[in-house]
Design a protein. Structure first.
Length: 222
């Protein structure tokens, strides 16, 4: 037996998984550079390839805890930029820059909560939200898609014209349809799996560039 079902025991699979995490290149890099999580390198690659942020931008960061994306975005937008972060878990680290944090479930937000921070709309909305995984692939994919749709609904309401959108999804049968839906509202939509994503992971990112906003009626009719 592997020890499965024995309290305190570790299976061979569990040992292998733990060693993979310990020796992961991005995990080690994050520790070496003092980053909060390896996920920062996913956003860094997306930004490098798509130019998501500019100095002075106002950004909404959903699923922000523990703060690795928030820290990167604050660096990207600079001292004149503003970042609003949202998560059901707190962020314990304090960062330099203009940041506000809402400890809440993004699914409960109407969008009105951000009127003061972004009266003219956000320049970018990014979501790294992910569900608590069940281990049942189709269930986890569906829950991830629900969170993606939550982020997308907020993007439609809160982005200014020309704004950018990023959301994490667990790839499944409905991912293509969701991507096509997003394409109706953005001039360009790309599907990316940054190199910092683990090879075996279902996760990927849908990136919407150049929100059509005032051109929505035309976009929907296409």
């Amino acid at each position: 037996m592997d020890g499965a079902g024995i309290p305190g025991a570790t299976t061979r699979f569990g040992k292998k998984k733990a060693m993979r995490k310990l020796h992961d290149r991005y995990f080690r890099q994050a520790k070496r550079e003092g980053r909060l999580a390896r996920s920062v390198y996913k956003l860094e690659e997306l930004d490098r390839r798509e130019r998501l942020f500019r100095p002075g931008d106002t950004v909404l960061d959903l699923g922000a805890s523990p703060g690795s994306w928030l820290e990167y975005i604050l660096e990207a937008v600079g001292p004149e930029g503003v970042v609003c972060a949202v998560d059901i878990r707190p962020i314990h680290k304090k960062f330099k820059g203009k940041a506000t944090f809402l400890l809440c479930d993004a699914r409960e937000l109407s969008g009105d909560e951000f009127a003061a921070q972004a009266p003219d709309g956000f320049d970018a909305l990014v979501s790294d939200m992910a569900p608590n995984t069940s281990g049942i692939r189709i269930v986890d994919q569906s829950r991830s898609l629900d969170l993606g749709r939550t982020a997308f609904a907020l993007a439609l309401r809160l982005l200014r014209k020309g704004g950018n959108f990023v959301c994490k999804v667990f790839c499944g049968p409905e991912t293509g349809a969701f991507r096509s839906e997003i394409l109706r509202y953005f001039r360009t939509v790309r599907f990316r799996k940054p190199s910092a994503c683990r090879e075996e992971s279902m996760e990927a990112y849908i990136v919407g560039l150049d929100f059509l906003a005032g051109d929505l009626k035309q976009a929907v009719s296409k």
